[in-house]
Design a protein around this ligand. Structure first.
Ligand SMILES: Nc1ncnc2c1ncn2[C@@H]1O[C@H](CCC(=O)c2cccc(C(=O)O)c2)[C@@H](O)[C@H]1O
Length: 223
């Protein structure tokens, strides 16, 4: 069984819509709910973990034990960091890092022990790749965005790096498929609360578009 890990209610809601899931096909578990589908002969379990690292890790560890998962695919949205890219571009990162695990004032932002390399060699190379940076807070403030650019992060989210980390501990393959839903904007000449609201609205508008693109154009290549 392959696990498809989905963070937020909006990403999971878009998944229910995409696969036309009926109420009786939805099951609860401590972190949210799940449904199953067989696609091209592969048995998949799609589950919502909730947002941020604790939920992502807890939900995935639970599902690994319950279904004896052989692979986890983290599917969802992310912030764009590298400005060569645009909203709705999809990435399959070859590196996942947690960037909120060090005292950044006196240590490097990212330490080797929090980096997970992802071997994508058997999946070809006709997709965007790069480094996904994960921390417990969303990338909203301009100074946080600049710090990630400085550290060569391509995209950022709030779960994937920690899920890749615990998959490695469990010797379970982890593939991350993430689409850009929003870019932070410079709030210095605007009302920061307004600017934040705008970013959330962009995230909400783009979330179903990203999920449809991942399921329609990317998922089957990685199962
Ligand atoms: N900018 C982002 N930074 C980090 N992760 C992002 C971003 N965008 C999307 N994700 C991904 O989507 C989900 C939720 C998105 C989210 O929390 C969010 C999005 C936009 C603004 C705000 C805000 O507070 O203003 C919060 C998370 O699970 C995460 O994996």
């Amino acid at each position: 069984m392959i696990g498809i890990s989905i963070a937020t209610e909006w990403e999971y809601g878009a998944s229910l819509e995409y696969f036309g899931i009926k109420d009786h096909e939805r099951f609860g578990y401590p972190y949210g709910e799940y449904f199953k589908r067989t696609i091209e002969g592969a048995e998949l379990v799609f589950y919502q973990t909730g947002a941020r690292k604790v939920n992502g890790v807890g939900g995935n560890q639970y599902m690994m034990s319950k279904f004896n998962l052989t692979k986890v695919i983290v599917a969802g949205t992310c912030a764009g960091i590298d400005d060569q890219f645009s909203n709705l571009d999809i990435f399959v990162p070859d590196k996942a890092v947690q960037y909120d695990c060090t005292v950044k004032e006196i240590e490097p932002l990212i330490k080797q022990s929090f980096i997970v390399d992802i071997d994508l060699s058997k999946y070809g190379n006709d997709f965007y790749t790069g480094t996904i940076g994960t921390a417990d807070k969303a990338v909203v403030m301009w100074k946080d965005y600049l710090e990630l650019i400085e550290n060569n992060i391509t995209i950022a989210d709030t779960e994937a790096g920690s899920i890749a980390y615990i998959c490695k501990k469990n010797d379970v393959e982890c593939i991350i498929i993430k689409g850009i839903s929003d870019f932070p904007t410079d709030e210095s000449n605007a009302d920061p609360v307004e600017s934040n609201l705008e970013q959330i609205n962009v995230y909400l508008e783009n979330t179903p578009k990203v999920m449809n693109k991942i399921f329609g154009e990317y998922l089957t290549r990685f199962i």
